[in-house]
Design a protein around this ligand. Sequence first.
Ligand SMILES: *Cc1c(COP(=O)(O)O)cnc(C)c1O
Length: 368
Amino acid sequence: MSDRSEGTAPFPAHLVREDLRDFAGYSSARTSAPGVPASIWLNANESGEASSADPGGANRRYPDPQPPALVEAFADLWATTPGRVVVGRGSDEIIELLVRTLCRPGGDGVVVAPPTFGMYAVSARLHGVPVHEVPQVDDGVRFTVDTGALATRARETGARIVFVASPGNPTGTVVPLRDLAALVEAVADRAVVVVDEAYGEYAEQRSAVALLEEHPTLVVLRTLSKAHGVAGARIGIGLAHPDLATVLRRVQAPYPVPVPVARLGLEALAPAALEATRRRVLQTLRLRDVVVRRLREVPGVRAVYATDANFLLVRSDDPGALLHTLASAGIVVRDLRHQPGLHDALRITVGTADEMTALDTALRETTA
Ligand SMILES: *Cc1c(COP(=O)(O)O)cnc(C)c1O
């Protein structure tokens, strides 16, 4: 599924691990099928009959590694081409694929901007790859990613990947598109820039997908786990140059998208479901504004950070007491105190209206 016909600049092949450049991957039952219509499949040792747990037999056979209908639905949603889409078991899997594809085991490196999503460093560590940190700038009300410093660090260290979450987690703020484009340009000859838009649906800024055509070394991550409401299905997407997407699919496990998961994913991308998702996002943004105002009145809360996502980063004089008060009401929030620079911070997800009412009630205890 190469999209070379669209005339994009080539992906710089030297960024792929040398030993994987001509790696063909596992030849699965579905990918090795010939182009002629087949009616009798005796090539994958599946059962000839359906399971009683699956009377229709929908799950009897190994799935297509990249279900075409799902891939096309994603391409439509983000106005790109199917050749750029890699579907994975959550964007977590795409992060891991990128590390394994671009970094030599035990070598090269990745650059991250803490506080940030933990899986970038986890995937790197599991592959023995050094993690270089460029802390975000904290002015007390907002975190800012220093994209210039990220580029410098990537060049100094010879890192192969720069990970940027936009909106960030747990920081909440977006990185301006022009800064992202400048970062991609600044390191284009030596590193891939991965822009993780797990919370993109909540942000006003356009998606970095708009930059893909012009920037072969940009990768954008999206997920169905947050605004789309199907975290349990584990569906994440990498959008990349078609040549890089091809290598990522070869590195990926043979059948990453289970049949029931592909079906659920397609249903989540149907027009009515997308419209409902947009309405839920607007509702979340309205609730978020209310919760921000409420939190600012809570004694001991020093800062509620600017956010473009569905959560709030809160600093408190006594975060332990706040955690305890909420826990006593059965409310679990994310304790961030173990993270550098966040020793007094919690992250609170904006949930349903009822959940936010319960939060409000619990916060009254603090006020009393
Ligand atoms: C939640 C989250 C993810 C995980 O997405 P999955 O698709 O569920 O694996 C990725 N990146 C960030 C920044 C997140 O907060």
